[in-house]
Write a protein that binds this ligand. Structure first.
Ligand code: GDP
Ligand code: MG
Length: 177
């Protein structure tokens, strides 16, 4: 993941949003550092983490922003969304309420972010299949209706985390090129 002295062709800001405890910080830890922690404390002071990857032979620095416990409705400020070209909208597949709140988060995004922002709906904790509370079909249907990408992920097992970010970053890359 080292990117010292590397020529950067693009920097893309992507924001993580969704209810508290759905796994946003662990998704970011998995993507940025390939780490996971089961008793994650809320990250203090860290606004974003970066990871540099290559898309279409170009060096893309993904700057992924994480809410520092500001997930209460409307507590996330417009500064958070400023300049964002991508968003990962996260719910927990074992907690129906976190999925039911997705339309609110989408409205927040549509009110504060650029209208061309690329959005992926992400159902996290898919390793907990036996506790599933949100059918995949419900989320898929919602995503199709709203024009969002959709994937289920597990930060714990590293399932689809990479794919989810690469999906968003590649779409952004295609839009700017
Ligand atoms: P945030 O509030 O959205 O940032 O959520 P966190 O990343 O802090 O995660 C909340 C809790 O869920 C922590 O105990 C994590 O270890 C746990 N968690 C996060 N992702 C997963 C996952 O994919 N699977 C499981 N089983 N637990 C997860
Ligand atoms: Mg967090």
């Amino acid at each position: 993941y080292g990117d010292a002295n590397q020529r950067i062709d693009y920097v893309f800001k992507v924001v993580l949003i969704g209810d508290s405890a759905v796994g946003k910080s662990q998704i970011l830890a998995r993507f940025a550092r390939n780490e996971f922690s089961l008793d994650s404390k809320s990250t203090i002071g860290v606004e974003f983490q970066t990871r540099t990857l290559v898309i279409d032979h170009k060096t893309v620095k993904a700057q992924i922003w994480d809410t520092a416990g500001q997930e209460r409705y409307r507590a996330v400020t417009s500064a958070y969304y400023r300049g964002a070209v991508g968003a990962m909208l996260v719910y927990d597949i074992t907690k129906r309420q976190t999925f039911d709140h997705i339309p609110r988060w989408l409205e927040e995004l549509r009110n504060h972010a650029d209208k061309n922002i690329v959005i992926i709906l992400t159902g996290n904790k898919c390793d907990l299949e036996n506790q599933r509370d949100v059918p995949t079909e419900d989320a898929k249907e919602f995503a199709e209706k709203e024009g969002l990408f959709f994937l289920e992920t597990s930060a714990l097992e590293a399932t689809n985390v990479e794919t989810a970010f690469i999906t968003v970053l590649t779409e952004i890359y295609n839009i700017v090129n």
